[in-house]
Design a protein around this ligand. Structure first.
Ligand code: AMP
Length: 251
């Protein structure tokens, strides 16, 4: 639903079109898991089938980075330098960006936060923000995969330069080399999926993001999901483990 997500991708004053009334109570999810574990793919499936909006902080940074340099704010230019090195953008920059978009937390279809929070500081801030907005999370899904499989997935990942569809050279190759199956635009490898950046990202994940698993377990939100198998298998497992797992959006 609302795949272009103007309110999220562009920030205020952009607004999304009104969503249809949902028959189920909206799901408000956080996706956790190391980079390359397949969070983006699962987020796309959850968005498509539950009608929840995909709120990815990485997508906002990438979209800002694809604008001409003259249209980028100093904060964005600084954030992009961290991203190119595979490091985390400072909490203050990320939090400002999320708070500017807090209307998205009220999305009628619910939301799937992907890539945020990434530090305990960000998780504390999200907890406060949700409380202040009178909202609560449905669940925090933690996708789990052995490290060697993560490295293989990241190194083989290719993204469509136009529609952002994600491929994997070994597990899900495009039909024509380096071209998107859906829109035929060229595929590219993200700077942060190159070997040096992958190592930094996995170290960063262990140091900064893995502690979130304990944080959310203690709050009673954690739903661990093994991320092995095809995207459809992982999706079915996710849905089976979610609270209120039978819900479907209305037409
Ligand atoms: P992703 O697409 O979620 O893997 O994000 C790509 C990159 O954007 C990450 O490697 C970070 O450099 C940066 N980034 C995205 N979200 C956050 C966040 N919540 N906190 C810090 N950095 C972030």
């Amino acid at each position: 639903m609302n795949p272009d997500r103007p309110a999220w991708m562009e920030g205020p004053p952009a607004r999304c079109e009104a969503l249809p009334q949902m028959q189920h109570s909206a799901k408000r999810l956080v996706l956790l898991g190391a980079p390359g574990v397949g969070k983006g793919t699962q987020a796309a499936l959850l968005r498509e089938r539950l009608g929840a909006c995909h709120l990815s902080t990485g997508d906002v940074f990438r979209s800002a980075g694809s604008r001409p340099e003259s249209a980028q704010t100093p904060a964005i230019r600084e954030a992009l330098a961290y991203i190119r090195r595979g490091e985390l953008v400072p909490d203050a920059t990320v939090l400002e960006m999320v708070c500017e978009r807090k209307v998205c937390l009220h999305c009628r279809g619910g939301f799937i936060l992907d890539g945020f929070p990434r530090t305990v500081g960000q998780a504390e801030s999200l907890k406060k923000l949700m409380h202040d907005e009178g909202l609560s999370l449905t669940a925090v899904i933690n996708y789990d995969l052995p490290a060697h499989e993560i490295v293989q997935r990241l190194a083989g990942r290719r993204t469509c330069s136009q529609c952002k569809a994600v491929y994997n050279l070994t597990e899900r190759p495009p039909k024509v080399a380096d071209r998107c199956d859906l829109c035929h635009a060229p595929l590219f490898q993200r700077d942060d999926d190159r070997p040096q950046a992958i190592r930094v990202r996995l170290d960063t994940y262990e140091r900064s993001t893995a502690p979130l698993i304990d944080f959310y377990r203690e709050l009673g939100f954690l739903v661990p999901v093994p991320a092995v198998g095809s995207p459809e298998e992982i999706y079915a497992r996710t849905l089976a483990l979610l609270p209120l797992n039978t819900a479907q959006p209305s037409a």
